[in-house]
Design a protein around this ligand. Structure first.
Ligand code: UDP
Length: 235
């Protein structure tokens, strides 16, 4: 395996599959199958899960809600995804812990960095819920932050698209996919891969990012193995 410790970012939208909202059990079980294969190789896997399939702060705020309040609702949405994913992973036989950045000890452990690392060392998957606990941030930034905190070797961003394109591939049939990019390319080109806070954190801490298609069977294992998949963003 190319990477010993990996931070996998799963967007909320990825979990809803072809449904317009919520969580598709078939997607959760497909992810669990892929994750089981990765963990079996001895790779340490931490996951940050988004919440966009349930609630997004920006959307709430556009509808008139106070932005910080809306963001807290968004963070709570990520916890629902985290617990559902934990359930799916454990049904696939993978010991999994959820740690939340907003304490809710009846539901999950609080985020404790050293404890998270200990879980990883013991072969458990750790899912980080509730983002970084602060409004005005995203789960992509959380992924970059947690990756730096746990000394992950890479951030794997699994999405609906198979990499980063020069323009929106859903709107332009002639869009071209990049195989590699530098952090500077992404920051300068406003390519919309991740928000600039997330990119800057990875850049400052020299953590490469691989953006790839979650829905190809075995893609998570391929990304972990360092295969040329999706788009690789490096210093
Ligand atoms: N959020 C937040 N702080 C964080 C992470 C997330 O306020 O550290 C809120 C924000 O409102 C965001 C929502 O949680 O819209 C869901 O997360 P995100 O949109 O990043 O999820 P994804 O796009 O990956 O599904």
């Amino acid at each position: 395996m190319a990477y010993k410790r990996v931070l996998l970012k799963l967007s909320g939208e990825a979990l809803m599959g072809s449904q317009g909202y919520g969580i598709d059990p078939a997607i959760v079980s497909a992810i669990a199958t892929d994750v089981a294969a990765v963990v079996a190789t001895g790779t340490e896997l931490a996951i940050v899960v988004g919440g966009g399939n349930i609630f997004r702060g920006l959307k709430g705020s556009a509808a008139g809600m106070d932005r910080a309040t809306a963001d807290y609702v968004g963070m709570l949405a990520t916890v629902m995804n985290a617990i559902t994913l934990q359930d799916g992973l454990e049904r696939a036989g993978i010991p999994t812990r959820v740690q939340t950045a907003i304490a809710m000890q009846e539901v999950a452990e609080p985020y404790i960095r050293r404890k998270a690392i200990r879980h990883l060392e013991k072969g458990r998957v750790v899912i980080f819920g509730a983002g970084c606990g602060n409004p005005f941030f995203t789960t992509d930034t959380t992924a970059a932050l947690r990756a730096a905190e746990i000394s992950a070797n890479v951030v794997l961003k699994a999405t609906k698209v198979d990499g980063v394109y020069d323009r929106d591939p859903e709107k332009f049939s002639n869009a071209v996919r990049y195989e590699t990019l530098t952090f500077q390319d992404v920051l300068a080109g406003e390519l919309g891969v991740m928000d600039s806070t997330a990119i800057a954190l990875c850049k400052d801490n020299s953590i490469p990012i691989v953006v790839f298609d979650l829905f190809g069977a075995g893609n998570i294992a391929r990304a972990v193995a360092g295969e040329a998949i999706g788009t690789r963003i490096t210093p």
